[in-house]
Design a protein around this ligand. Structure first.
Ligand SMILES: [Mg+2]
Length: 361
């Protein structure tokens, strides 16, 4: 007999996070808890309260999990079996990922193994970069300096149309040698090639998701017209999209967000596809609490993940986390938890306090 509960939680962010599609001041998300066989497993859905980043949001994810995926999960299938059975539901990869990862935690705990060891060959650590939201140019340069002092191995700046050149130029002028990238969050069109070509002189590690969130074809065209390597993020929403991205030559680098592409099984498959095509791969994050982050860190520790990811420690985002053992970065690396499963100690009282509503699925 197993039970699945879904909590909608609201956590205030320490500082606003601005990207080209909006500004976030709090994280509202779904936390899942599966109890069975004396084990309590947890996961987090990366959907947010609005459909600006993706068509999925907390309401659609709640509906899909409660009405379609919950009963499958309560049968405690392996993550792979779950994905098979969940394939009757089209899309909704954020909802599927939340349940799939819940099952990874459950089965790792059942085997008494840490999650990162369950995922294949582990380096035992994740290399960590930082993603800096859009800010005034002078402040951006200051924040880059602070991040470097803290040991981050790669700096990424968010850019927006019309400001890209000034932002990147200012950072590069102050820090000529650092591994630097820029993330556009899909705010350009193919007609903006002239703007993006101007960034070629700054020797960026990559330009992330310049064009539409769903596009591959125009990225392939752009890739021939600029020398900066292209990293796809939003466009890689499934294993199939990753295969097609390399088929048409749309990417040099891929940012995998497990919570967006159906979970860890699919993420491992995308890692294999990228490396087989001689691309580079790193693991991103989506303002997750310590629960969601623990899955990302475990995956980012995989031997085949070769670039530093956006998996900063949580004190960057939240005053207080819903885990009692948040990750700590040391010299630009974070080590995955060593306990069974995700190894996170859940602060149940704080979780309850931050819960707006909960449901049984
Ligand atoms: Mg991105």
């Amino acid at each position: 007999m197993s039970t699945l509960t879904i909590n909608l939680v609201r956590l205030p962010l320490l500082s606003r996070f601005k990207t080209s599609f909006g500004t976030e001041t709090q994280r509202c998300g779904l936390i899942l808890r599966l109890r069975g066989d004396g084990i309590a497993a947890y996961s987090e859905c990366v959907a947010s309260s609005n459909p600006y980043y993706s068509y999925e949001d907390n309401d659609t994810a709640l509906h899909i999990i409660r009405d379609h995926l919950g009963k499958v999960a309560r049968g405690l299938p392996s993550p792979g079996e779950f994905l098979e059975r969940a394939s009757t539901v089209k899309g909704h990869n954020m909802a599927k990922a939340a349940v799939e990862m819940l099952l990874w935690d459950f089965h790792s705990k059942r085997k008494m193994k840490p999650l990162h060891r369950m995922l294949g060959e582990s380096k035992g650590h994740a290399d960590v970069g930082i993603s800096l939201g859009i800010d005034r140019t002078g402040l951006m340069v200051k924040r880059v300096g602070e991040a470097l002092k803290r040991g981050y191995k790669r700096i990424k700046v968010k850019i927006e149309k019309g400001k890209e050149y000034d932002i990147v130029r200012a950072v590069r002028a102050s820090f000529p040698e650092i591994p630097l990238s820029a993330d556009a969050n899909a705010c350009y069109s193919v007609r903006d090639v002239h703007l993006l070509r101007r960034l070629d002189r700054f020797n960026l590690l990559y330009l992330e998701q310049p064009l539409d969130h769903d596009d591959l074809i125009y990225h392939a065209r752009l890739r021939k017209e600029i020398s900066t390597p292209i990293c796809l993020d939003e466009s890689i929403s499934s294993v199939d999209k990753a295969l097609k991205a390399f088929e048409v030559g749309a990417a040099d680098v891929v940012n995998i967000k497990p919570g967006r592409i159906g979970g860890l099984t699919n993420s491992l498959e995308v890692i294999r596809i990228v490396r087989k095509n001689k691309g580079h791969v790193w693991i991103g994050g989506m303002l997750e609490t310590g629960i969601g982050r623990s899955f990302n860190i475990a995956l980012a520790s995989h031997r085949l993940v070769d670039y530093a990811g956006d998996t900063s420690p949580n004190e960057k985002y939240f005053e207080r986390d819903i885990v009692k053992n948040p990750f700590v970065m040391d010299s630009g690396i974070i080590r995955p938890n060593t306990g069974p499963g995700i190894g996170s100690e859940i602060d149940e009282r704080f979780l309850e306090k931050m819960t707006i509503r909960s449901w049984a699925a």
